[in-house]
Design a protein around this ligand. Sequence first.
Ligand code: ADP
Ligand code: MG
Length: 465
Amino acid sequence: MTTDDTAQGSQSKKNLSAQWSAVCGLLRAEIGEAAYQSWLKPMTVREIQAGEIKMTVPTRFMRDWIVAHYVDRLTELWAVENPDVKSIDIAIQSERDAAVAQPKKKPAGVEPAVDGAPSGKYSADISAPLDRRYTFEHFVVGKPNEFAYAAARRVADAARPPFNPLFLYGGVGLGKTHLMHAIAWHIRERTPKRTVIYLSAEKFMYRFIRALREQNTVDFKDQFRSVDVLMIDDVQFISGKDSTQEEFFHTFNSLVDQGRQIVISADKSPSDLEGMEERLISRLNCGLVADIHATTYELRLGILQSKAEQLAVKVPQKVLEFLAHKITANVRELEGGLNRVVAHAQLVGREISLEATQDVLHDLLRANDRRVTIEEIQKRVAAHFNIRVSDMHSARRARSVARPRQVAMYLAKQLTARSLPEIGRKFGGRDHTTVMHAVKKVDELREHDSSFAEDVELLRRMLEG
Ligand code: ADP
Ligand code: MG
């Protein structure tokens, strides 16, 4: 390296820190002193590389938070100061040190602290990343989830555990993970000094097993010992895994004894978790158990309205109502449905309409109509054409029974999620090619015979209820 290069290097370094002070000063004015102290002050500028500013922060949580809330604005402000700047990369200090260190030595600062000294950094690093959209602000509250929501907020606001553990349970896609992330974001924002760990039970188990294999379970325990809030998602995954449960039980007890908050989620209530040890169940039952119920129409509509707003797109009210009416299984599917409709409209450059929605979501809507059974279809169709239900299964080939049978097969294909062989079996053990033929035949007839088409349409409407 020549002297010139060094001079240039230190010159640009000086420029960078001057730029950072300017950018920082501007953002500080925008976000206020408290946020500045918590988030901007701990950031360190390292270098600029191909238009990318490299910065470091002490913990993963800080990184996640800054990325979620400030990095876009920081980049904008910096680009005004220095037009070369295109992006900002934020790394975690200890990881950067580890990558840079020549002899492979543990950098100071990542050693787990001894004797009760704060070791927040170490702990924060084992937390899984948080989804930036999963905040309380983005959570729509309604009858089915108001209790769970209120409990989560209580935990997030409280300095001491108001109940321990908070046990959230409910079916898939109803907002358990969302609420847990919201608690974590909230605490990190209000009291960044507190250590919050969020982990799936699977991850917890995986880390524990790895610690066992590497024979450093002491380290493993240390990681959790200094945690202020420990959240374990989907604990049903550790049911039946005895040694993991054992470890979990001990970690759990020692944290509770120290007055640290624990938040757990599962798909069932503690007592319904099969393969869980009795003593663990009774521990889990000790705090507050809050369930999230299946969504109602009103909640689904509210969620759709909020998501549409977040996407900043105009979705006609009747489309939202239609979706809320049709996609009832869970919020994840509901959201997925809306996203697909919006993406499609943007792709083809057309307004969102009810027609387009029905088209785009054909398969999803059909899956949500699964309530209709083949037996019901057979009964309805038999009644409509005035034949016996047993003729649906019989071998008779007279057109007077064969045609209604084909209509029933056709509707079974349209209205249920059954496969062709499954449908065949329900019609007296017929082959799937027979079903395929029926579907084709009915399609043909519908095209050429409008009164037949009306019949089929009428039946379909009655069955869809
Ligand atoms: P779970 O963990 O219970 O399976 P998630 O928390 O992952 O469910 O939720 C699934 C999706 O639905 C997420 O995108 C989440 O943001 C969304 N969601 C669930 N409930 C709500 C709600 N009440 N308000 C807004 N979004 C919600
Ligand atoms: Mg979840």
